[in-house]
Design a binder for this molecule. Structure first.
Ligand code: LHQ
Length: 261
């Protein structure tokens, strides 16, 4: 049987590929279990960044709808349980991993597939990619963190517009709207992803982890609370080898050689 998630050691970082291309990499329970396991294992390793992408023409088409059958006695499915045991722990883990997580969206990203990508710290995309909040088309509301991520990134008007309409948003427009970081010509996407990951994986990983925490946390904090948190964070960053190295490199007019701690 083909492995639904591929993991490739790229030196200081790991490439994780969603791998059910014939079904546009849509999720089933096995795939989600494996994705969580691999991300968790990376978090326990010495890797310093993660790239998530999809195999074939899609990034991910969300939940596998062929597993749903309204004509069975088990209908309706317990979607709360399915989410709590499937995609939710994954998007939560991505936001908490102490290293940068980048999604390279190589094609269509729909439903929970779009929101998996959008949970990443940085999202880059092929100019052929599109983001679809497909939920309303099947009578659902956004999940996998989308109802939090979208309004926070693009504001309520656009978030609700995307969710109600279920219309595709092109990668270029997603950049303009501040939903994702960059879009590239399709044939350049993986090259750019590799360059970005090489750079991030040689960066000050501890400072990146703190940055992630600070930024994500800021959304529920007052300005004063955030100032306090920043000050506490800098106290901790200042004890890192990378701070010593960063300052030394600046004074010695050379590039820093960060170790990640
Ligand atoms: C698929 C799927 C798919 C099965 C394409 N399932 N086969 C999350 C977690 C837990 C619980 C509850 O809910 C959720 C939330 C969700 O994720 S709900 C949203 C689920 N996803 C969707 O509603 C998207 C459904 N797919 C589409 O709308 C289209 O396929 C897109 C726009 C993604 C791509 O369109 P096309 O490029 O025209 O490709 P296609 O439609 O021809 O699909 C290619 C094949 O992939 C096709 O199979 P076939 O055997 O006919 O070649 C599709 O049936 C299959 N496929 N998405 N989610």
């Amino acid at each position: 049987m083909t492995n639904p998630i591929l993991s490739e050691d790229c030196g200081k970082w790991t490439k994780v590929t969603l791998n059910r291309p014939e079904k546009l990499n849509c999720f089933n329970a096995d795939m989600l279990r494996l994705l969580y396991k691999i991300l968790f294992e990376i978090s326990e390793s010495d890797k310093r960044a993660i790239l998530i992408t999809g195999n074939g023409r899609a990034f991910c088409a969300g939940q596998d709808l062929s597993e749903r059958d309204p004509n069975t006695k088990n209908w309706p499915p317990d979607l709360r349980k399915i989410l709590d045991q499937g995609v939710n722990p994954i998007v939560k883990l991505i936001t908490e991993l102490p290293m940068p997580v980048v999604s390279a969206v190589n094609g269509v990203a729909a439903g929970a597939g779009a929101n998996l990508a959008l949970a990443s710290d940085l999202v880059i995309a092929s100019d052929k990619a599109k983001f679809i909040q497909a939920f309303s088309k099947i009578g659902l509301a956004p999940d996998a963190g989308g109802s939090w991520t979208l309004p926070n990134k693009v504001g309520l008007a656009r978030a609700i517009g995307l969710a109600f309409s279920g219309k595709p948003l092109s990668a270029r427009k997603a950049v303009k709207w501040g939903l994702i970081w960059r879009s590239y010509d399709d044939d350049l996407l993986m090259l750019e992803a590799q360059k970005l990951l090489d750079k991030l994986a040689n960066g000050p990983t501890l400072a990146y982890a703190k940055t992630k925490f600070l930024m994500r946390n800021s959304l529920k904090q007052s300005f004063q609370d955030q100032l306090n948190l920043e000050a506490q964070t800098q106290l901790e960053c200042a004890k890192s080898k990378d701070y010593t190295e960063g300052i030394s490199a600046f004074l010695e007019k050379r590039s820093p050689n960060f170790k990640g701690y």
